[in-house]
Design a protein around this ligand. Structure first.
Ligand code: EPU
Length: 441
């Protein structure tokens, strides 16, 4: 939102917003390139806090969340230099860092909770505001808290902050069983454990490629972690870690979003830097929908020349089907041949997107955490509102299979996860533009 100024100098609070306008259906053809994963880069920046000195991270996408995380690290005492052209971030961590992560930054981004583990490990204390981020469900922190408590920390909640104190002798190793393979809790406990006293075992740990990426950076820094990529992580605490240089893993969600775009629009897209081994199930589903997925040099090519067939989806922790692709697959099914059942097991509020998709004429009925999608040949353009990053991507893709104009509002969400989304879409032949409009019109 911006504040408009009347010519006479009078302030007028108006809702001037950026929107994407999609002018009708298109077949997407061409090549796109995927950068490093948002959900890895942000955590790797937090990992850097664990070592005094200068760490360099490559393939860090030029998105707002990186700017927020960089500012958060600066306020903790670090010097941070991000070059958007080379997508490289240089983080200089002083010997002494602050332990308080401010409300005004943390509330804007869920990933800020990633500083919790490193702050306790480095300073013996952490005051981290309760995080914000996407509006996609309850997103509790109970497993982060229970794990830290088992490692000897005292955790309270005061005035909107999570306040953590490690014992004077530091955190100690323990055996933690996660109720659920939470990405965030696995990261917090991993980062807290690498310099704790003794051995920590994280049982039922998350196995996402982004967790493996964090482990790989920690191993380079001198951490002792066994079981990387499995649900049983064994961490032997070391006394200190050294700064390193690391390259972020490619974004599997962005890569798969392009793959869905190819299939929905009956197009042909080559996705450079895509790591098919990290998106095996989504690619399997696209193949079942009728697409051809081929390996090419440094990426994949996804193409189809008929209307896709509907495919059922059940979201689960990795290597299950990612919740971050659920809206895109609902959009795909809304123009597929046949009907599909979508089951969402991670974020209950993600089906809010369905209401918006219905404005485009999609036939979707939800019941609890199930959605039944009946495909139709073409949607019908309308104004819609993105409520989170992935819902936004799903709505833009839906606009590309709709007759007439679609205006997607709330695109600041899309900007948080997709670098240069409209430029890449335009390069693929999509009739997309970013427009500034007055939302009160
Ligand atoms: N949960 C708890 N207690 C906890 C931790 C998690 O109840 O202590 C619940 C959450 O409420 C949620 C579920 O467990 O219902 C999953 O949470 P998880 O910790 O696995 O996810 P996260 O760390 O909050 C990350 C990504 C999400 C992605 C999920 C699942 C980041 C910054 N976010 O969230 O990404 O959907 O893992 O893969 O890494 C996105 O990029 O659009 C996005 C939302």
């Amino acid at each position: 939102m911006r504040i408009g100024i009347l010519p006479a100098g009078q302030a007028l609070f108006s809702f001037i917003v950026d929107v994407f306008r999609i002018d009708g259906a298109a077949r997407l053809v061409g090549t796109v390139s995927v950068s490093g994963a948002k959900n890895s880069s942000l955590k790797l920046m937090a990992v850097a806090l664990l070592a005094t000195g200068t760490s360099t991270i490559h393939s860090v996408p030029n998105i707002l969340d990186v700017t927020i995380m960089a500012e958060l690290l600066r306020r903790l005492g670090c010097t941070v230099d991000y070059n958007p052209d080379t997508e490289t971030i240089v983080i200089d961590v002083p010997a002494e860092i602050e332990h308080r992560a401010d409300y005004d930054l943390v509330r804007r981004m869920r990933a800020s909770i990633a500083v919790l583990g490193p702050l306790v490990a480095r300073t013996g204390a952490a005051d981290v505001a309760l995080p914000g981020g996407d509006n996609i469900g309850s997103r509790g922190l109970d497993m982060h808290i229970a794990g830290l408590e088992r490692m000897g920390a005292e955790v309270t909640s005061e005035h909107g902050y999570l306040v953590v104190h490690a014992p004077a002798e530091g955190l100690h190793g323990t055996h933690v069983y996660l109720d659920f393979p939470s990405v965030g809790a696995t990261e917090t406990l991993l980062m807290a454990a690498v310099t704790a006293n003794g051995q920590t075992v994280i049982d039922n740990a998350a196995r996402e490629p982004e967790i493996v990426d964090i482990c790989e950076m920690l191993l380079k820094m001198g951490a002792d972690i066994q079981g990387v990529g499995t649900s049983l992580l064994t961490v032997n605490g070391v006394s200190s870690l050294s700064p390193v240089e690391h390259t972020t893993v490619a974004d599997r969600i962005v890569a798969a979003t392009w793959a869905v775009a190819a299939v929905m629009t009956q197009g042909d897209i080559t996705i450079l830097n895509a790591r098919p081994e990290h998106m095996a199930l989504p690619l399997e589903k696209l193949t079942a929908a009728g697409a051809t997925v081929e390996s090419v040099d440094n990426g994949i090519r996804v193409h189809i020349n008929r209307r896709p067939t509907a495919v059922d989806i059940v979201t689960l922790p990795y290597p299950g089907f990612p919740t971050d692709l659920q809206p895109q697959f609902i959009a795909l099914n809304s123009v597929a041949e046949g009907s599909a059942m979508i089951t969402e097991n991670l974020f209950e509020a993600r089906f809010r997107f369905v209401q918006e998709l219905s404005r485009l004429g999609a036939e979707v009925r939800t019941d609890g955490h199930h959605a039944l999608v009946r495909g139709k040949p073409l949607l019908s353009g309308a104004p819609v509102e993105a409520t989170d990053i992935r819902a936004g991507a799903g709505l833009v893709l839906a606009g590309l299979v709709a007759e007439g104009a679609t205006t997607v509002h709330g695109i600041e969400h899309i900007d948080r996860g997709y670098v240069g989304f409209e430029e890449q879409l335009i390069a693929l032949g999509a009739p997309v533009s970013r427009n500034v409009i007055n939302d009160l019109d």
